[in-house]
Design a binder for this molecule. Structure first.
Ligand code: PGA
Length: 249
């Protein structure tokens, strides 16, 4: 299985011009670029190999929901993937598992490929990997409640394991522990028969220096990259490393 690299630009860059130039420089197959909403169209028009993703979505199709955007509107903009439940949204916007669950179901029904983010905070991880596994299991149970087989037909559910303490800190997880967590996630999904289509990504301080230490494992299907995806040179390096090309510095 080829690896997937998801570029989560978050609230960057500051202009459409910069977005276009970053998209152009990092356009490659196996890459999903997730810019802020206002740059979706411009990035879509720029890329020829990468796929387009959004950083969020709402669960209703239309109506009195100020500021929100539906799976259908995203699709008309060329969006194929959507990140749901990122820890920054859980933290800063108060997104609950119940809200995330609605977004997951609406997006799968609407034909988007969902990248569902889960991961434990530091207080939990300090208690050990077993506690972290338990935390993630609870998140998955809540976020995937009533997700049925038909919703997954012709779509894919991708789980991004992102330990909260590893995001943007320069302190990535230990790859051997990520593998154990990825296996755990696959075991949880297996009885629900999602497993045939699902892949587990790792996210949290991924760089060109550590990406292979994660992606060398069969269990880890790719990476969700934040900070390093904003630096064209660094992200291109990551793309080359993952594709197995020789890397020139
Ligand atoms: P980071 O962010 O690579 O900057 O740690 C990852 C993410 O939040 O998706």
């Amino acid at each position: 299985m080829t690896k997937l690299l998801v570029a989560n630009w978050k609230l960057n860059p500051q202009s459409e011009k910069e977005a276009i130039s970053l998209a152009k420089a990092t356009d490659a197959s196996g890459v999903v670029i997730c810019p802020p909403f206002p740059f979706l169209r411009a990035v879509h028009e720029t890329i020829t190999k990468a796929k387009l993703g959004a950083q969020d979505v709402f669960w209703e199709e239309r109506g009195a929901y100020t500021g929100e955007i539906s799976p259908m509107i995203l699709k008309t903009l060329g969006v194929r993937y959507v990140i749901i439940g990122h820890s920054e949204r859980r933290r800063w916007l108060g997104e609950t598992d119940e809200m995330i669950n609605k977004k997951v179901r609406a997006s799968l029904s609407g034909g988007l490929q969902v990248i569902l983010c889960v991961g434990e905070p530091l207080v939990v991880r300090r208690k050990g990997l077993t506690a972290a596994k338990k935390f993630v299991k609870t998140q998955l149970a809540r976020d995937l409640k009533n997700v049925t087989g038909y919703m997954l037909h012709a779509t894919r559910l991708i789980i991004a394991y992102e330990p909260v303490w590893a995001i943007g800190t320069g302190r990535a997880d230990k790859p051997e522990e990520t593998v154990e967590m990825a296996q755990h996630i696959r075991e949880i999904l297996n009885p629900k028969s999602y497993i045939l289509n699902s892949r587990v990504l790792y996210g949290g301080s991924v760089t060109s220096k550590n990406v292979l230490s994660f992606l060398q494992y069969r269990e880890i299907g790719g990476a969700l990259v934040g900070g390093a995806s904003l630096n064209a040179k660094e992200f291109r390096k990551i793309i080359h490393i993952v594709a197995g090309y020789p890397v020139t510095t």
